[in-house]
Design a protein around this ligand. Structure first.
Ligand SMILES: Cc1ncc(COP(=O)(O)O)c(C=O)c1O
Length: 487
């Protein structure tokens, strides 16, 4: 595509955009069990759209030019602080998502540690092996070393004693999840806080997915591990508005116990001839849209509204856990404390189940085997899921039976085929051959994924990374010109 020589009519352009979305997963209606969090309330879409449009153009680059954005951000931080058991000293900043919040927390911890000890070598971050990949990304971007510590093999919770043993003089921070994405379990944050205090370390609690909803689940009587600022030793918490606060994407917050910690997050640069740069986030110029939409949604739903949505979510989750356990061949990994459920099937190809479910309109996310966690089906349950639980369970039972009839997967054979491959020494042509063998070669996206997922599942994580990186490098290229498309 080229920029058209002459502008095209607004309606034509919008029609093209609408047509492009026709193969996308349906984001409403309860068929999608990852990526998107659906409250099942059409009023929220309407409100978010209007609020977003209202603040589309003001630039968060300079809060003195747009005081409204300063107000929106400090209001959101205050709401987060109160929600997360913080006192009046807690401060926070709005970010584009969980990953950005985590990158900022790691930067703040790193810069604080380096200010306190300029002789510190390469800083280290000790985390449970179930922590989100965003910590690896942060470490990669910021030059830290990740020390990933195996978790308890059955509960998938952080092993605090093992984390304590992994601390070295270069350790600057500990991480715990409330809750983990893969299994929906909460790490023992009070024990991690104690360890952080004893060893004078920063403790970041990743509440990206769980931080907003856990307090509501607790109020509804669900047992919940303490994880917030009331827990001694917690330094910072990330919490995403664009997950279970049902705000549009591009909305998270990073909170710190006090300004002394947050100071190290802020970037200022006066070493150039242009405008003064001072940034609270990774982004510099940023639209006020996501912030205004988040502010509007929070105010519109309100505490009672969120409690009601949480109640729907909790009921849906309990029924799914109970229902999936009753299906022959399926089991739940760990004991989910929130609404993220991992369903394993030790004798069935879970990726076949996912493909079968897709033919019936369901979109479920695969999770690959990792350490003691076998390959499984991930479900992020949301409030809109409640209406579809019975249907989902009936199809899941059917699809598990159909997949079982195909016999158990021959992953050991696949794994033998890959044995001896060293991720570091693969040449681009080897990777291209593997992509094509996996069904990921050529143009377009594969429709049935069981073969691809089966192969990725038996790869070492390092090999998986090489293959996926190469896949994206091939995927994001100029699309072929289709006849009739605007040129
Ligand atoms: C626990 C946890 N942390 C961090 C993230 C990253 O959030 P984002 O995708 O908004 O960058 C996620 C996303 O699901 C998550 O579940």
């Amino acid at each position: 595509m080229k920029i058209p020589p002459h502008g095209r009519a607004m309606e034509t352009v919008l029609a093209d955009l609408a047509a492009m979305g026709q193969d996308d997963l349906a984001v409403k209606g309860g068929a999608l069990w990852a990526y998107v969090y659906d409250a099942g309330r059409p009023d929220l879409d309407e409100l978010a759209r209007r609020a977003h449009a209202m603040y589309l153009t003001p630039n968060g680059l300079d809060p003195t030019a747009f005081p409204s954005l300063l107000r929106l951000e400090t209001d959101l931080a205050a709401m987060a602080a109160a929600h997360l058991g913080g006192d009046e000293r807690v401060v926070g900043n709005f970010t584009s998502g969980g990953t950005e919040s985590i990158i900022l927390a790691v930067k703040a911890a790193r810069d604080r540690a380096m200010a306190r000890n300029p002789a510190l070598g390469r800083p280290e971050m000790v985390l449970p092996a179930t922590a989100h990949a965003a910590f690896f990304k942060a470490a990669h971007y910021l030059g830290l070393r990740v020390v990933s510590v195996p978790v308890d093999e059955l509960s998938f919770k952080a092993d605090v004693a093992a984390m304590a043993r992994a601390i070295t003089p270069a350790t600057i921070m500990l991480v715990g999840s409330a809750v983990s994405y893969a299994h929906g379990v909460c790490d023992p944050i009070p024990e991690l806080g104690q360890l952080a205090l004893e060893r004078d370390l920063w403790l970041h609690v990743d509440g990206c997915i769980g931080g907003f909803l856990l307090p509501y689940f607790r109020r509804l009587g669900q047992e919940a591990t303490p994880f917030d600022f009331s827990v001694p030793g917690v330094s910072s918490i990330s919490m995403d508005w664009h997950k279970y606060a049902y705000c549009p994407k591009g909305a998270s917050i990073i909170c710190y116990k006090n300004k002394d910690l947050r100071r190290h997050q802020i970037f200022a640069c006066a070493q150039w001839p242009g405008y003064a740069v001072v940034n609270n986030a990774v982004q510099s110029s940023k639209s006020g849209g996501p912030m205004a939409a988040a502010w509007a949604v929070l105010n519109h739903i309100g505490d009672d509204g969120y409690l009601a949505l949480a109640d729907q979510t909790l009921r849906a989750t309990r029924r799914i856990i109970e229902g999936a356990r009753a299906i022959d061949g399926l089991e739940i990994l760990g004991r989910p404390e929130l609404c993220l459920v991992a369903i394993a099937a030790p004798r069935i190809d879970v990726f076949e189940i996912i493909d079968e479910m897709k033919t019936r309109g369901w979109s479920l996310q695969p999770q690959f085997r990792f350490a003691s966690s076998p390959e499984n089906i991930h479900l992020s349950v949301s409030a809109a899921s409640l209406a579809r639980v019975d249907e989902l369970l009936a199809d899941l039972a059917d699809c598990a039976r159909l997949a079982a009839e195909k016999g158990p997967p021959d992953w050991p054979a696949l794994a033998r085929g890959l044995a001896g491959l060293d991720a570091a020494s693969l040449r681009p042509q080897d990777v291209a051959a593997m992509l094509s063998a996996a069904g990921l070669g050529g143009a377009g996206l594969p429709r049935r994924m069981a073969g691809v997922n089966g192969l990725l599942n038996v790869m070492t994580p390092a090999l998986r990374e090489v293959l996926l990186r190469e896949y994206f490098n091939e995927l994001f290229v100029q699309p072929p010109q289709s006849p009739g498309a605007p040129s």
